[in-house]
Design a protein around this ligand. Structure first.
Ligand code: PLP
Length: 273
């Protein structure tokens, strides 16, 4: 992505998500990715997680109106080129975020593209979203999105489709797209037993497939957040969704290659120093 000369105001992107006290995923991964992409990161905290490399042992939700107020106050002063949602935890927060996004022009029908990463659980299976909030993700958040980026577990939770091959990936992309986002991406990164990491993009008419070889690493904490954040940065720079996704995929691949050991559990994907 183009860098901004010193002293000039860079492109700004807003992340609306949860914190990770271990510094691996969530808002920490988002703001690190944005900084490394030459983008100024604005941050609306939706939840605070209690987390290390072994897992998430609890979280505290920020009151929904405070989450919405963070979004409004950033957009009206600083202005943003794209927004990204991650962990939103509850129906109340999702509804408040959707409301303020509509109000300030964030989302598929506004001027500001919105990447929705429907974070539901950590890689250890610890819940990051109340189960009853899945309907709010489907029917309130997805219809607003420029692009949605679920992993295969989130695809199964949201559509009931178990992606095991290209045919089921296409079915899932169609089911996700039917919920209302302009683009649906089915990320193949977690496809078990595959040497490749195929991703499928669907805009309701055409399937775009991007395949990259799998990076073998136990340190992939925050990989999904990093990918969605890099995608938002590229959209803020005016890239099309397929071009932004290609950029984000290559970015994440390099971060995975540079991932490092941390604590006793899964280390984080590395920022590209
Ligand atoms: N914690 C927060 C706040 C997150 O947003 C996410 C992922 O999106 C995670 C944890 C889980 O990351 P991972 O799936 O890499 O464990």
């Amino acid at each position: 992505l183009p860098l901004t000369p010193n002293g000039k105001t860079p492109v700004r992107v807003l992340t609306i998500a949860g914190t990770d006290s271990g510094g691996g995923a969530g808002i920490q991964a988002d703001s690190r990715t944005m900084a490394m992409c030459g983008v100024h990161a604005c941050v609306a905290v939706a939840a605070v997680t209690v987390q290390n490399t072994l897992g998430v042992s609890g979280f505290h939700e920020i009151p929904a109106h405070i989450v919405a107020d963070q979004v409004r106050t950033v957009v009206t002063d600083i202005g943003i080129g794209a927004a990204k949602t991650g962990m939103l935890a509850s129906t109340a927060i999702i509804e408040a975020v959707a409301g303020v996004c509509r109000e300030v022009g964030i989302g598929r029908d506004g001027d500001i593209p919105l990447v929705v990463d429907p974070v539901a659980a950590s890689m250890h299976g610890d819940p990051l979203l109340h189960a009853e909030a899945l309907d709010a993700v489907r029917y309130t958040l997805f219809p607003l999105a420029t692009v949605v980026t679920p992993n295969l577990d989130e695809v199964r939770l949201l559509t009931g489709i178990e992606v095991i091959d290209d045919r089921t990936a296409r079915q899932a992309a169609e089911a996700l797209h039917a919920l209302g986002p302009r683009w649906a991406i089915v990320k193949g990164g977690h496809l078990r037993g595959s040497a490749n990491s195929p991703d499928l993009l669907f805009d309701g008419e055409t399937f775009h497939e991007i395949t990259a070889s799998r990076i073998p690493t136990g340190n992939d904490h925050g990989g999904g957040d990093t990918m969605a954040a890099a995608l938002a940065c590229a959209l803020a720079h005016g890239y099309s969704v397929p071009d932004a996704f290609s950029f984000a995929k290559e970015w994440t691949r390099r971060c995975l290659e540079a991932a490092y050991d941390l604590g006793a559990g899964h280390g984080p994907v590395s920022p590209l120093w």
